[in-house]
Structures are given as structure tokens and as C-alpha cells.
Design a protein around this ligand. Structure first.
Ligand code: FAD
Length: 496
């Protein structure tokens, strides 16, 4: 017999709950572990996964395969075009390998949960135990409730409960052991499984060789790269994180979201390692930067808990129903300008061009650009949410939907709708020297001083440089946009 672990968004060997359990059961039974990874192009298509993210996953699978091989564990890889066919294929494989136990780590979106539920039944019929493990969240969803026994819809009290829960359940943070080496003879018996090639990305997700090269340099894949990046952040930057985290050109955040999204790094590992460099065992104490960073990783859990409790947010619904009636503008020209970074608002444009070039955007800028789309352009936030997914290398449904809900004021624990970011003030505050703008908006390189935040409004030489270099004028006027937004949100909410 064998024990199977099905890899999905957990592309690592270290600190992996499902894999660790598979290893434990295999050892008890004196059998070997087989890993399996299935690529479903239709699934990538349906979930708008960006080409950069597909490429990152494929590169991570390659690292995973090598790491597993050192434990004499094969990683069987197969392409199953239709996502509906995946469960059937998994059952067949488990039977072929005479497995009585199949493990995986649970995913919380409705499609995935339904698929897992179906697999439990399908496997049971063949007398196979299918065990989805809780690994993705640091605190499993369902454990934190308000005094009234409800799911929290506000972050701060939820976070206090999250910290308290972890302090009273320290096991949730312990490292899951790596499986032992497979029994001798396993490698010979299953030798054909050790040589599965890494598939090419599907046609619609293919990158040009130049993009592929650039992304490999920017975002080295696999769990070793993840730990390296995290360790560097913990030794060099975390102490100043709280003070510097909002400044895009300070390069002061961990840049590990891509690893959390692909599962090359567990959120649990991040929290445990951050705590270990703190002076206290308390997650919400000690050095400010560390406390603050851990509370950001907690946001990821928060949005997952919200998703599990209110799955309708996966169905393109706003968290707050009363926001269903906002009359969004329909303006393809504005949407195109936003996507391309040609809105005439330098910080917004710099951010969008950075996203398009690197598949990543700093958190402050995600808030600024999202708010700009939903409030200044008054375009449906779902358009922006989807565009982000198709571009981000760290695209993650729960965090992305959460961020868009926050910025457009339609989500859980949102920014109040009457707070409309002023993109110029955001720019002066968070890119004071204009360093980030000049890096990404070539037309404004030669604009000196603070005029870079708003060259046409300042006029004079700044306006002339912008004009000469073809920098676009503002697609909407700020005051007009602000008033229109307030009016439209109020109307939508029936508050007029
Ligand atoms: P750090 O500041 O170093 O934070 C550490 C980790 O905490 C991150 O890696 C991430 O896993 C988690 N985290 C931090 N902030 C948040 C947050 N606000 N929500 C959830 N988790 C957080 N994050 C994604 O991972 N995928 C997305 O698709 C995504 N879309 C977003 C869309 C919008 C409109 C907004 C406002 C935010 C979005 N975020 C998303 C959250 C956040 O911007 C990124 O996680 C963060 O910028 C990643 O950079 P980092 O790893 O350097 O973060």
C-alpha cells in the first residue's frame, strides 16, 4: 500500500500539515508516501489566475519535486484539462497505487470545499479515507466568536480574539514535522513516478521569454526562496516595519505574499518565525514592528474566516447588501486608462504601471488605486478586483476581495464610504519625494520637487514638461469626482 498527499496551494515540504500527517500514517503502516500535483488549465482560467502566478506555481512545483525526491517521495504530475474531472482522476490514482489514505490541505472557497466534500464520498465508496487537513489559516475558521456567539465582522476585536486563541493553543504554531524518508525499495518500485516532467503553462497563460526571465529574477520560487526572503526581512527590516510599511519606495515590507498564496510558505511559519525574533512570547507585545507585522499576517486569516462564514462574497456580491444598489458608471475609456496607468494622477499611474510590469503592488498603493477606481471613476469595484487577479503574482481570492471591499467601502470592516482618498494628498504623504512616481512614470522624470504629485495643477515648467512628454491630463477632476461619489453612494444607500 501507499499513502497519498495531494498538493494544491501548499507547494512545500516544510511545516505542511497534510503532508506531515501523510508521513505519520505511512510510518505507522510501514508504507511509503506519494505526492501528486494536478494542473487543471480550466481551473486557472475559471479563477482568473494571472500568467505570472501560473508560472510561479510551475517553478515552485519543480523545487517541490526535487525536495521530495530527497526523501525518496515521488511527485506525480498530471494535466487534467477539466476541473470537474480532477476528483475522478484522484480516485483512480489512489486505487492504482493501492492507497488507503489520501491527505490534502483544505481550501475554503465554495467550489473547493464542495469538491473536497465530493471526494470524501467518492473515496469512501472505494474504501479510501480522504482527509483534508486545516493548514491554510493560523487559527482554523470557526474558532473565534463574539460574546454573542457570532462571527466577527470587525477586524480589531477579531484580532484580539485571534491573539488570545493562539496564546491558549500554542500547538497551532508548532512546526509540523517533515515526513521521514520513504522505505527502501520504494524508489525502485515506483521509479516511473519520479520522472514526471513539469508541464508547460497553458496557451492563455504563457509568458514571453523576457517576462519569464524577469519574473524568475524578481520572484524566485519554492520554499527555500520563501524562507530566505522571510529571514532577510526578519533580520534586516522587521524592527522598522511599523514606521516604514506605508512608504512604497522604502522597500520595507516582507514581499512574501506570493509565497503565502502559493503555499511555499505557511502563514503559521511566518508568525512563528516572527515571534521568535521578538523579545516576548506574546504575539501582541514586544517590538512594535514585529507586533505590527504579525497583525498584518492576521489580516489574511481574518479575510478567510469572513469568506468561510459568508461564502456569498465568492459570488460577486458585496459583503454589505445595502451597497448592491450603487449606480456605477459605465466608461470603458476610464477603465482602460486606469488599467494602463494613464489617469493623469501620478501616484495612481505609477502604481498601475508597477503592477503591470512586476505583477506586484505595495499595499498602500493597492488601497489608493482601488479607491480611485471605485470612488473617483465610480466604476464597479468588481472590475478592479478581477483585473488585479489577472495581474497579481500573489492573487488570492479572500485577500483580494477583502482589500477591494475595504477600499470601495462595500466589504467587511470597510473604510467608511464618505472617506474618499485624495490621491494627491496620499502621494505627498506616502511618496513625499516622488521617488516612486519618477521610477514608474517616465514622463515625469524631469519634473522637479513636489510638482511631481500634480504637474498640471502646479503648472509652469512642471506642466510644460508633463505636456511635452505626453503625460495625460486628469481623466476626472478631483472635486467633481469626490462630490459625485458621495452623492451616488448616498443615493445607493437610500440616504438622500
Ligand atoms: P507585508 O506587509 O510584509 O505583510 C505580511 C503578510 O501579511 C503578507 O505577505 C500577506 O500575506 C499578509 N497581509 C498583509 N496585508 C494584508 C491585507 N491587507 N490583507 C490580507 N493579507 C495581508 N494580498 C494578497 O496576498 N493577495 C491579493 O490578491 C491581495 N489583493 C489586495 C487587493 C487590495 C485592493 C488591497 C488593498 C490589498 C490586497 N492584498 C492582497 C493585501 C496586501 O496588499 C498584500 O498582502 C501585501 O501588499 C503583500 O506584500 P508583503 O508580502 O510585502 O506584505
Amino acid at each position: 500500500g501507499t499513502v497519498v498527499h495531494w498538493f494544491k496551494r501548499d507547494l512545500r515540504v516544510r511545516d505542511n500539515t497534510g503532508l506531515s500527517e501523510a508521513g505519520r500514517v505511512a510510518k505507522e503502516k510501514g508504507v511509503g508516501v506519494i505526492g501528486v500535483w494536478i494542473m487543471s488549465p480550466q481551473d486557472w482560467e475559471a479563477h482568473l489566475v494571472s500568467p505570472a502566478k501560473c508560472d510561479f506555481e510551475l517553478r515552485s512545483v519543480d523545487v517541490l519535486r526535487q525536495d521530495l525526491a530527497e526523501l525518496d517521495i515521488p511527485l506525480y504530475i498530471e494535466v487534467v484539462e477539466k476541473r470537474k474531472e480532477v476528483p475522478k482522476r484522484l480516485v483512480e490514482l489512489a486505487q492504482e497505487w493501492d492507497a488507503k489514505d489520501v491527505f490534502c490541505n483544505m481550501e475554503f472557497e465554495p467550489d473547493e470545499l464542495r469538491r473536497e466534500e465530493k471526494l470524501v464520498k467518492m473515496m469512501l465508496e472505494k474504501k479510501i479515507k480522504f482527509e483534508p487537513c486545516q493548514d491554510d489559516c493560523v487559527v482554523p475558521p470557526g474558532n473565534l466568536q463574539t460574546g454573542g456567539g457570532k462571527q466577527y465582522a470587525v477586524y480589531t476585536p477579531w484580532y484580539r480574539a485571534w491573539v488570545a486563541h493562539l496564546h491558549s493553543h500554542p500547538d497551532l504554531l508548532t512546526e509540523r514535522p517533515v515526513p521521514s524518508k520513504n522505505p527502501s525499495g520504494f524508489r525502485q518500485k515506483y521509479s516511473q513516478l519520479f520522472n514526471c516532467p513539469i508541464p508547460d503553462a497553458p496557451e492563455s497563460k504563457k509568458l514571453s521569454p523576457e517576462d519569464k526571465d524577469q519574473l524568475s529574477r524578481l520572484w524566485p520560487a519554492g520554499e527555500h526562496a520563501a524562507i530566505e526572503r522571510l529571514e532577510r526581512f526578519l533580520t534586516e527590516k522587521i524592527g522598522r516595519y511599523q514606521a516604514t510599511r506605508n512608504f512604497p519606495s522604502a522597500n520595507s515590507t516582507a514581499c512574501v505574499s506570493v509565497h503565502h498564496a502559493a503555499g511555499t510558505l505557511a502563514a503559521r511559519t511566518s508568525v512563528r518565525m516572527a515571534r521568535s525574533v521578538n523579545s516576548t512570547k506574546k504575539l501582541d507585545g514586544g517590538i512594535d514592528g514585529i507586533r505590527s507585522w504579525i497583525s498584518e499576517v492576521a489580516w489574511r486569516d481574518f479575510y478567510r474566516h469572513v469568506l468561510v462564514h459568508w461564502p456569498y462574497i465568492c459570488m460577486h456580491k458585496p459583503f454589505k447588501f445595502e451597497y448592491t444598489n450603487i449606480a456605477w458608471e459605465s466608461n470603458a475609456t476610464h477603465f482602460e486608462a486606469w488599467k494602463a496607468g494613464r489617469t493623469g494622477y501620478p501616484l495612481v499611474d505609477a502604481a498601475m504601471r508597477c503592477l503591470n510590469a512586476t505583477s506586484y503592488m505595495h499595499n498602500r498603493l493597492r488601497m489608493v488605486t482601488a479607491s480611485f477606481l471605485a470612488k473617483h471613476l465610480l466604476l464597479d469595484w468588481r472590475l478592479g478586483e478581477q483585473y488585479f487577479m489577472t495581474r497579481l503574482i500573489d492573487g488570492d481570492f479572500a485577500s483580494n476581495a477583502g482589500g477591494w471591499g475595504f477600499a470601495s467601502s462595500t466589504g467587511v470592516d470597510p473604510q467608511p464610504y464618505f472617506r474618499v482618498f485624495n490621491p494627491w494628498l496620499q502621494s505627498e504623504k506616502f511618496d513625499a519625494e516622488g521617488e516612486f512616481i519618477r521610477k514608474w512614470v517616465g514622463e515625469l522624470e524631469g519634473v522637479e520637487g513636489s510638482a511631481v504629485h500634480n504637474p498640471y495643477e502646479v503648472g509652469g515648467e512642471a506642466g510644460r514638461v508633463a505636456e511635452r512628454r505626453g503625460y495625460p491630463r486628469c481623466v476626472v477632476e478631483h472635486r467633481f469626482a469626490r462630490e459625485r461619489c458621495l452623492r451616488r453612494y448616498k443615493e445607493g444607500l437610500g440616504r438622500e
